[in-house]
Design a protein around this ligand. Structure first.
Ligand code: ATP
Ligand code: MG
Length: 603
């Protein structure tokens, strides 16, 4: 392609809306253009990158025996009602765009495709002999994200590869899951990314596990905890740890103390001259279930630890049936306005105990009359602890479970932290890194097949639900995360395997015919040799052309300049800026080798 003809409009200024380097660079180098919040057009350079990423994804998927298909983006609400997700997805979470057609039928724009694929499986998969089956597609997904940001990282319209597998049993699911783990590692390695596979939260679905693939970058929205020995890595939402030991309590007898102005752990520690590890902190949450019921949750946790709201949400979902509900719509620490819905009298905030009286809850039909009391392991282990006295400006010290306070349900609710000891080996400490989630593989089990009646006949002739797995890669997010991992002050440095072009031949001065002739010939020869090459034949100054080539991030730049007289051209490697004079006739072979090596290195 000739740059003079290329649809290429670099920006000279960094757009103010772009906060992270990869977003700024893709806009500046003319790869993408913002249409509206979370909506970006992929211009020709970007589209080439996306197609290269897609091709790698496709190759790795096909190698596992998965088959490509293309499902509908418009999805009837009926299917989502069958799975029970219509209300949550369109209303509670509000992540699904929905519409009503001219026949008054409700439709959603696909944020994901479990329902559609399960409906197909239900109609087609009848016997164990047809299993396992794995279908995938590469397609635009729609999600009405609360906070679209960072360009392609969190768009409202983005490209995803999503695959769904159907099995006769867990064993077969696990086999495909392992294949996917390998395929995903291959994809990311081949795309030139540094990544980590981490244990992930499987949410309320449970199942036997899920794993996320995190591209390591400071701009990542996720936090990953891992150990040096490489044996443990988990998303902070899921991570478990051994917190530091609690300091022995100096309070040997139970008594109430006046503790004025100590509504935070820090102030209380200073006032009582104690360690936060001797305090049982009580955090009040308000949960709204899908049947409209509000439940007040009192979480007791050690003073130095924080509640992990993902773990809490999972515990509450497990208990949803106790409240006649099946899912949680919202979970939050209630501010005054939310409290007003249910408080019978002012709460002793900052001074609450695990035994806070249920009389604080006004009697209302849509509010559970009692606190749901949960206790994290860290608090459950404490003796002679300090906690609130349920009275403003007072605490109790020297308290014990099953003496002054009945011990609530003990569950794992704490947020693991950097520096904690690892569970698998306490001599290892957890380290933290930021990551961009580019892929997620998931053992779904029978959630959708049960809900939607997708069954098959097993060898014993019984009708049983299909066992499912699902596997997603954010193709457009992945492409941008490659930039986030690889750039410098001059622009993008694409990994060779996914660069829009491999090489760019720059004519410093288009008025010099020998420069033009040499460049035209190289341009032809390189393309003929299968090296995807651009020709910068624009009537621009050489400096501008070099700057643009660096900004776009093409791995190799060939300049037909001064050394032409010696029958040579300059070849510059984008990633190292190394420059060498190369015999014109040797350029094709040299680049062929370099490119093959750069790409092959990653297979
Ligand atoms: P996140 O936690 O980042 O919102 P998710 O858990 O909702 O992601 P999945 O439903 O597992 O994501 O989707 C599979 C993949 O699709 C993700 O791993 C991610 O790479 C990509 N993805 C998800 N949401 C977006 C988005 N809004 N924009 C771009 N890519 C996305
Ligand atoms: Mg996820």
């Amino acid at each position: 392609m000739r740059l003079s003809r290329m649809f290429f409009f670099p920006l000279r200024e960094t757009p103010a809306e772009a906060e992270i380097p990869s977003h700024q660079l893709l806009l500046r180098a003319g790869y993408i253009r913002r249409i509206s919040s979370g909506l970006y057009a992929y211009l020709p350079f970007m589209w080439r990158v996306l197609q290269k990423v897609s091709a790698i994804v496709r190759e790795e998927m096909n190698a596992t025996g998965a088959q490509e298909c293309l499902l509908t983006q418009l999805q009837p609400s009926d299917l989502w009602r069958e799975s029970g997700r219509w209300e949550t997805y369109t209303k509670a979470e509000g992540i699904m765009f929905s519409l009503v057609d001219r026949g008054d039928r409700e439709l959603g724009l696909g944020p994901t495709h479990e329902e559609v694929i399960t409906a197909i499986a239900r109609d087609t998969l009848r016997s164990y002999r047809q299993l396992p089956v794995h279908l995938y597609q590469i397609q635009t997904k729609f999600r009405d994200e609360i906070r679209p940001r960072f360009g392609l990282m969190r768009g409202r319209e983005f490209i995803m590869k999503d695959g769904y597998s159907f099995h006769a049993d867990e064993e077969s699911l696990k086999e495909t899951y392992r294949d996917m783990d390998r395929a995903y590692r291959n994809m990311l390695r081949r795309c030139g990314l540094q990544f980590r596979a981490v244990e992930a939260d499987s949410g309320a679905i449970g199942g036997s596990g899920s794993q996320e693939f995190m591209v390591l970058a400071d701009a990542g929205e996720d936090e990953v905890l891992f150990t040096e020995d490489g044996k443990y890595a988990a998303n902070i939402e899921k991570a478990v740890s051994l917190p530091p030991d609690a300091v022995a309590s100096p309070f040997s007898s139970y008594e109430k103390r006046e503790t004025p102005g100590t509504d935070t752990i820090a102030k209380l520690c200073e006032f009582l001259n104690c360690s936060p590890t001797q305090i049982v902190k009580n955090v009040l949450y308000q949960a709204l279930f899908d049947n409209g019921k509000t439940v007040l949750v009192l979480v007791s946790i050690r003073g130095d630890r924080d509640v992990n709201e993902v773990k809490l949400q999972n515990e509450l979902t497990k208990r949803a049936a106790n409240y006649g509900a099946s899912a949680i719509l919202a979970l939050f620490v209630p501010e005054a306005e939310a409290q007003a819905k249910w408080v019978a009298k002012p709460l002793p905030l900052g001074y609450m105990s695990p035994g806070l009286s249920d009389e604080f809850i006004a009697s209302k039909s849509d509010v559970a009359p009692q606190f749901l009391r949960l206790c994290d392991r860290t608090a459950a282990e404490l003796e002679n602890f300090v906690t609130g006295a349920d009275e403003t400006n007072s605490h109790v010290v020297g308290a014990n479970w099953d003496k002054e306070f009945p011990k609530p349900d003990v569950v794992e609710l704490q947020t693991a932290m950097e520096g904690d000891r690892a569970v698998h080996d306490p001599t290892q400490t957890l380290q933290i890194a930021r990551g961009i989630e580019v892929g997620h593989i998931f053992q779904l089990g029978t959630k959708y097949s049960l809900a939607m009646g997708a069954t098959y006949t097993n060898e014993a002739g019984e009708d049983v639900p299909l066992v499912m797995g699902c596997y997603g890669v954010g193709v457009s997010r992945l492409a941008q995360s490659a930039v986030e991992q690889s750039y410098d002050k001059d622009g993008i440095i694409w990994p060779v395997a996914i660069a829009p072009y491999h090489a760019i031949v720059v004519i410093p001065n288009v008025n010099q015919s020998e420069q033009v002739e040499a460049a035209e010939k190289l341009y032809r020869d390189l393309n003929d040799a299968g090296i995807e090459t651009l020709l910068d034949d624009r009537e621009e100054r050489a400096g501008v052309k070099f700057k643009d080539a660096d900004l776009i991030g093409i791995p190799y730049r060939i300049v037909t300049g001064r050394s032409l007289k010696q029958g040579k051209v300059e070849v510059v490697e984008r990633s190292t800026k190394n420059s060498q004079e190369v015999e014109i006739d040797a350029v094709v072979e040299m680049l062929r080798e370099a490119i093959d090596k750069a790409i092959a290195d990653r297979v």
